[in-house]
Write a new protein. Structure first.
Ligand SMILES: CC(C)(COP(=O)(O)OP(=O)(O)OC[C@H]1O[C@@H](n2cnc3c(N)ncnc32)[C@H](O)[C@@H]1OP(=O)(O)O)[C@@H](O)C(=O)NCCC(=O)NCCS
Length: 173
C-alpha cells in the first residue's frame, strides 16, 4: 500500500532515474525496451507537454509522458496529446501509482485546454480512465484495432466523421 506518494512535474535532474524506471518497467513486461530512447528523442524535439514523476520517500517510482500529436477531425486541428510511455518500477506495480499518474496527467491536460489524448496500450487497462478504441476509430493513424484508444478531454471532441493522427518524426513511425 502506497501512503506517501507525491506526483510532481519532472525536472532535468530526474532524467537518469526516469530512464532507469522506463527501461526496468518495459523490460520486465516485454523482455526489451526502446521506450527510454523514444522519450529522449521526443524530449529533444521539444514535443513533451506534460512529464510527471511519482515520488515516494525521495525516490522516483513512476513516470508518465504526454507529448504533442498532429491531429485533425473533420478538417479542423485538434489540440491533442499522445500518452506514452507510462512506467512504474516493477516492485511498486499494482499499488495504484500508474493510475495516479494517468489521472494527474489528465488534470493538467484539461487545465491547459487540450482536447484529446491518444495512446496505444492494453485494452483491459485504459478503459477505466475513459479511453476507448471506438473514440480513436474515426481517425486514420499508424495504428488501429483495440489497442489504439482515445479519450476526449472535452466532450464531443472525438465525435467526428473522419480525422487523422500523425506522430511527429521522432516517433519513427
Ligand atoms: C502499466 C503500468 C504503468 C500500470 O501501473 P500500475 O501502478 O501497476 O497500475 P495501477 O496500480 O494503477 O493499476 C493496476 C491495474 O492495472 C492492471 N495492469 C497493470 N499492467 C497491466 C497490463 N500490462 N495489462 C493489463 N492490465 C494491467 C492490473 O491488472 C491492475 O488491475 P486491477 O486493479 O484490476 O487488479 C505498469 O504496470 C507498468 O509500468 N508496466 C510496464 C510498462 C507498460 O506496460 N506501460 C504501459 C504501456 S501500454
Amino acid at each position: 500500500m502506497i501512503t506517501s506518494l507525491t506526483i510532481r512535474p519532472e525536472t532535468s535532474a530526474d532524467w537518469p532515474a526516469v530512464a532507469e524506471i522506463i527501461t526496468s518497467a518495459f523490460t520486465a513486461a516485454f523482455g526489451e525496451s526502446a521506450e527510454a530512447e523514444l522519450v529522449q528523442r521526443i524530449r529533444k524535439a521539444g514535443l513533451i507537454e506534460i512529464a510527471l514523476v511519482a515520488e515516494q520517500d525521495g525516490a522516483i517510482g513512476g513516470h508518465i509522458v504526454f507529448s504533442r500529436l498532429d491531429v485533425t477531425g473533420d478538417g479542423r486541428t485538434l489540440n491533442a496529446l499522445a500518452l506514452a510511455p507510462v512506467s512504474v518500477t516493477p516492485a511498486l506495480q499494482r499499488s495504484g501509482i500508474g493510475g495516479r499518474l494517468i489521472e494527474a496527467g489528465h488534470a493538467v491536460a484539461r487545465e491547459r485546454g487540450f482536447d484529446a489524448v491518444f495512446l496505444l496500450g492494453h485494452p483491459t487497462y485504459y478503459p477505466r480512465f475513459g479511453y476507448s478504441a471506438a473514440g480513436a476509430a474515426p481517425f486514420r493513424a499508424p495504428f488501429g484495432g483495440d489497442h489504439f484508444m482515445a479519450l476526449a478531454l472535452k466532450p464531443g471532441t472525438l465525435d467526428v466523421a473522419s480525422g487523422t493522427v500523425a506522430y511527429p518524426p521522432p516517433w519513427g513511425l
